[in-house]
Design a protein around this ligand. Sequence first.
Ligand code: 2HA
Ligand code: ZN
Length: 279
Amino acid sequence: MNTEIVKTFGDVANAPFVKEMRETTANMYRLGWDERNGGNISMMLNESELSKYLDVNKVIRTIPIGFNAKELIGKYFIVTGTGKYFKNVDKDPETNLGIFRIGGENGETAELLWGYADGGKFTSELPAHLMSHIARLSVDAEHRVVLHSHPTYTIAMNAICPIDEIDFTRRLWKSNTEAIVVFPDGVGILPCMVCGTNLIGEATAEKMKKFRLVMWTNHGIYGTGKNLDEAFGLVETVEKTAQLYMLTAGFDNVNVIPDEVLKGLAELWNLSPLEGVLD
Ligand code: 2HA
Ligand code: ZN
């Protein structure tokens, strides 16, 4: 009698964490935030959850990361592919997404376990993602998701406002009462820089030590959180608020939210608003 135990795995493409990536990318595409190959998402996965769906000892190939992500060695990520369209993730997750573990002596390689089926690889913004994961994990043990997008009104508002985190945050908070409640820690901003590099990754991660939201001037925004809903909800609230701001910009604004109401909301929700905005 053959006593060999064969472990069976679930269908990766329909695992809850893959389904969530499929749904989120489809939503973002339909919102008009992620044209062509715009936007990228990375989410940390638990080994126990992942090993229900695949053999974590079976590495398909290793891909150099381009820097040392030492702090993340042994951690698992699901990440959108470079050059891939959010529009197409849902219908072909195995080509447009990849699941890998950070490996190598110094965390310099991605050990691919599933996906990038056409021979592709992770997003060109992987340095910004991984460096941001490291930065967020250093201040929040529950952190899991980094999401990057090109939401239209957010980029438009950023184009007509000074590159000043306090000023930009104030304009957002004073336009929509939800804003201070959802992001009391405000929005960090980087000037326009060359994207897809370690340099912008390092600058983003530096901001991420303080902010969950980081604006890339003339490009887009990063949102982070303990799950996809949280990271998406942050970007969604900034975008809705920026839309209100842009629809009213240039008019004689009769009603802007008074500081007293913002302070009242902070008190009601027990928030610690970004210093310097309401003082
Ligand atoms: O992946 O959004 O920042 C395409 C981009 C680059
Ligand atoms: Zn981008």
